[in-house]
Design a protein around this ligand. Structure first.
Ligand SMILES: Cc1ncc(COP(=O)(O)O)c(C=O)c1O
Length: 401
């Protein structure tokens, strides 16, 4: 295949990994009950998903999804703008606005589409966006669609944010600070109260991507802005349903005026089919369960506490994670693949994060936990990681290569 037009450095790496039985991507899952899965005939504890509340298999949620299919069918076959607007879409938007504490909310068909459509709509040719350097790929792609420029500030660094604010605030109409509430790879939390103070000082807007915070952080999962008590200071709060809310879809919330603007200008909203009925009903049922009582969140944070302490006692470096995302530092890319394979062979499904997703020498295993994990699942995870540490000489602490 010497003269193939489909050549890429990443493909060479993928082929090398496949040849060495270390390729950890596109693993087909044969069966799942949420916390455990079967892959390659091996039963494994799942610690590689974003199912933080463990609701994908909850009977109340599944029943709501089935009833929605029975009433509305399997798909909407059109955009909200035209023929794809169901009463349950509007009811979900009202419920989300109330739950999150904003005036209005709009649901999109995915979180990626929410960022692409909303950010591009909110950053016109005379506007600009200020990005945390570790913002998710969907925001980076949105910056490519936006007509105004994007400037970066150093990850969670308020001095750096102030520098970019001071040098751009007078050059543009609308300046929007854009960042994750909970960072997806390292599980650290945005210093949001300080971001709010800077936004007020300079007159900037804030767009929070709370994909990993919604459902998890704050009172009954109302998100990172609720956790810090700054809901009324956040102009645009974005979330996805592909994690805590056990489905697929996305949301943006804010003032009625801002949402009406997004509703009529976000192209990924207007020119794409609406969320399927089963997904709408799933999200609605997940919010009901969150609001009903605190037991899901108590179970989640109990598990987070147990596993964080367990990894630390074993001497692993888990960054500054304060959330259900617990990254385990490995360092070398190839070693991260070997660890992933070792985990698999010993019944644990976790995913490696290697360069270019993280800087070279900073490879990690991203692990994440659910409210529905049982203690024996977590004990097994710690036991297998301890064995992996001995077998593969995983570094203690944060040793840069
Ligand atoms: C921070 C962040 N934003 C946006 C998205 C996109 O969400 P979705 O999976 O709903 O497209 C993700 C999902 O990976 C994410 O982690």
């Amino acid at each position: 295949m010497g003269n193939s037009t489909y050549t890429h450095r990443i493909l060479d790496t993928a082929n090398m990994l496949k040849d060495n039985n270390l390729y950890p991507f596109f693993r087909a899952i044969e069966a799942s009950d949420g916390t455990t899965i079967t892959h390659d005939g091996i039963d494994m504890v799942m610690i590689g998903s974003n199912n933080y509340l463990g609701l994908t298999h909850h009977p109340y949620v599944q029943e709501a999804a089935i009833k929605a299919i029975e009433k509305f069918g399997t798909g909407c076959t059109g955009s909200r703008f035209l023929n794809g607007n169901l009463t349950i879409h509007e009811e979900l938007e009202e419920k989300l606005a109330r739950y999150l504490g904003h005036e209005d909310a709009i649901v999109f068909s995915t979180g990626m589409q929410t960022n692409l459509g909303a950010l591009a709509a909110l950053c016109g040719p005379k506007d600009c966006m200020l990005f945390d350097s570790e913002n998710h790929a969907s925001m980076i792609d949105a910056s490519r669609l936006a007509l105004g420029p994007t400037f970066k500030w150093k990850h969670n660094d308020m001095e750096s944010l102030e520098e970019v604010l001071a040098s751009n605030i007078n050059r543009f109409n609308r300046v929007t600070i854009v960042a994750d509430g909970v960072f997806s790879m390292t599980g650290d939390v945005l210093r949001l109260p300080e971001v709010v103070a800077l936004a007020e000082k300079y007159g900037a807007h804030i767009y929070l991507d709370d994909a990993h915070g919604i459902g998890v952080m704050g009172d009954r999962g109302r998100g990172t802005m609720n956790h810090f008590g700054v809901t009324d200071k956040i102009n645009y709060n974005m979330g996805t349903f592909s994690k805590s809310f056990a489905s697929i879809g996305g949301v943006i919330s804010g003032s009625s005026e801002a949402m009406d603007y997004v509703r009529h200008t976000a192209r990924s909203f207007m020119f794409s089919a609406s969320m399927a009925p089963a997904s709408v009903a799933t999200v609605s049922a997940c919010i009901d369960l969150c609001e009903k009582d605190n037991s899901i969140h108590e179970a989640l944070w109990g598990n987070v506490d147990f596993i964080q302490k367990g990894f630390k006692e074993l001497g692993f470096y888990t960054y500054n994670s304060e959330t259900p995302i617990v990254p385990v530092f490995i360092g070398d890319d190839l070693k991260a693949m070997q660890v992933t394979q070792f985990l698999k062979e010993n019944g644990v499904f976790a995913t490696p994060v290697i360069s270019p997703a993280v800087p070279k020498g900073e490879a990690l295993i991203r692990t994440s936990y659910m409210a529905s994990h049982k203690r024996e699942h977590l004990e097994k995870v710690l036991d297998v990681f301890e064995k992996a540490k001995k077998a593969l000489d995983i570094p203690t602490g944060h040793r840069l290569h």
